[in-house]
Ligand binder design. Structure first.
Ligand code: FEO
Length: 392
């Protein structure tokens, strides 16, 4: 396949991975992904921006067939899905110099055993001329690792952002066509990859805001020819105010916890609070992550296993703690047979979440009418707390 032009002498040379279903042995990829790499043929020099996952090296090299010379390889991020083919690229283009952030240099040496003499580290704001195209490097740490950077190509006004603004979305179109579809994938990506670093993402949005960007070309998913779409979404997601919604990850063994969850969902809906129940035993953990982007309240529902927490809920709590969502309130609901320390265990697993803990509802056996009344009171309290913050 010949390289696909995206603007002037700039080409997409990466690979679509339609079949990948798991990333980092953790993140579900229901829509596959892509590893986007770009080639800029300047009037004097040629630069390759990122490579691809090593599993797709053949696609990259097929796309680069006929390219006579690569002078620079811009490595925005040391993670292997973008830099994993650097050794192979350098063996085919021995004159090429790898250009990366100061922090990335050591990481590329550690992860890929690159020769230090092949790597040029650039400071934030440094520029590199390819002739008729000038690259300006912007350090954008923590999108997703600490060494990440972005490149603004000044004359074509394209921001090459690597993981920043990406989405795990395999599609045949190079550009975003259906914004609603891409929004869901980009939000999932933000939730799973970016949300723990919201403060850094905010700073990075400030860092790039003066670039007159006409196109954002990330390293996963489609290219944004309308940057405002994804920039506005990110500004919303990194804000401090959650939405008037509650997410309820739960597991049920014999139905008691599920009865409480069902009553809570209905009671919250009656009070105008959007509720998102997720049965962790069967659900897609990515959907839970998406709901965590917006939720003001997290209600964890668990039965008791050997006096403690159900292990699948322990996993969900651990994940929520790692993702550091902007939720403000938490509660625990669930059940037990003879004794339980489940609620205390849940809260001990979420030290990163600065949550006000509301009185929960933990019942012995099957819930009775008074237990459902307690659930209604919990819904009252959640609605009141959200109202106090004027959440929408
Ligand atoms: Fe797509 Fe953090 O690598």
């Amino acid at each position: 396949m010949p390289p696909c032009p995206i603007k002037g002498n700039i080409f997409a040379v990466g690979a679509v991975d339609w079949d990948r279903r798991l990333f980092d042995a953790l993140i579900p990829l229901p829509d596959g992904t892509s590893y986007n790499a770009y080639l800029i043929k300047g009037s004097q020099k040629t630069a390759l921006l990122d490579t691809v996952d090593p599993t797709k090296a053949d696609v990259l090299f097929e796309n680069l067939k006929g390219v006579e010379r690569i002078d620079y390889v811009i490595a925005h991020h040391a993670e292997q899905d973008h830099s994993g083919c650097l050794p192979a690229v350098l063996s085919r283009a021995p004159m090429a110099q790898v250009v990366c952030s100061t922090k990335a240099k050591g990481m590329l040496i550690d992860h890929l055993h690159l020769d230090a003499s092949k790597i040029t580290a650039v400071e934030d704001g440094a520029t590199l001329s390819l002739g008729d195209v000038t690259l300006e490097f912007a350090h954008t740490p923590w999108v997703h690792w600490p060494e990440t950077m972005s490149t603004f190509a000044r004359e074509p006004k394209i921001l090459f952002s690597c993981d920043f603004f990406g989405s795990h979305l395999a599609q045949s179109d190079l550009f975003v066509k259906d914004e609603e579809h891409v929004y869901e994938a980009a939000k999932r990506y933000f939730a799973e990859i970016m949300m723990p670093f919201r403060s850094s993402i905010k700073r990075n949005l400030e860092r790039i805001k003066d670039f007159p960007v006409e196109m954002i070309a990330p390293s996963h998913g489609p290219i944004h020819s309308r940057p405002a779409f994804i920039l506005d979404a990110y500004r919303d997601w990194v804000g401090d105010r959650p939405k008037n919604s509650a997410v309820i990850p739960y597991v049920t063994m014999h139905g008691s916890t599920e009865l409480l969850v069902e009553r809570l969902v209905a009671a919250l809906a009656e009070r105008g609070v959007t509720a998102w129940p997720f049965n962790i035993a069967e659900g897609d953990i990515g959907k839970l992550a998406i709901a965590l982007v917006d939720a003001a309240t997290i209600v964890i529902g668990s039965p008791t296993v050997h006096v403690g927490l159900h292990p699948k809920i322990a996993y969900a709590a651990f994940l929520a703690n790692a993702l550091r969502p902007r939720a403000k309130f938490a509660a625990v609901i669930g059940s037990y047979g003879w004794a339980t320390k489940m609620a205390e265990q849940v809260l001990s697993l979420t030290p990163h979440l600065k949550l006000e803990v509301l009185p929960g509802v933990v019942v012995k056996g099957m819930p009775r009418s008074e237990d459902f009344a307690a659930v209604e009171r919990l819904a009252d309290l959640i609605a009141a707390k959200h109202g106090d913050l004027n959440l929408r």
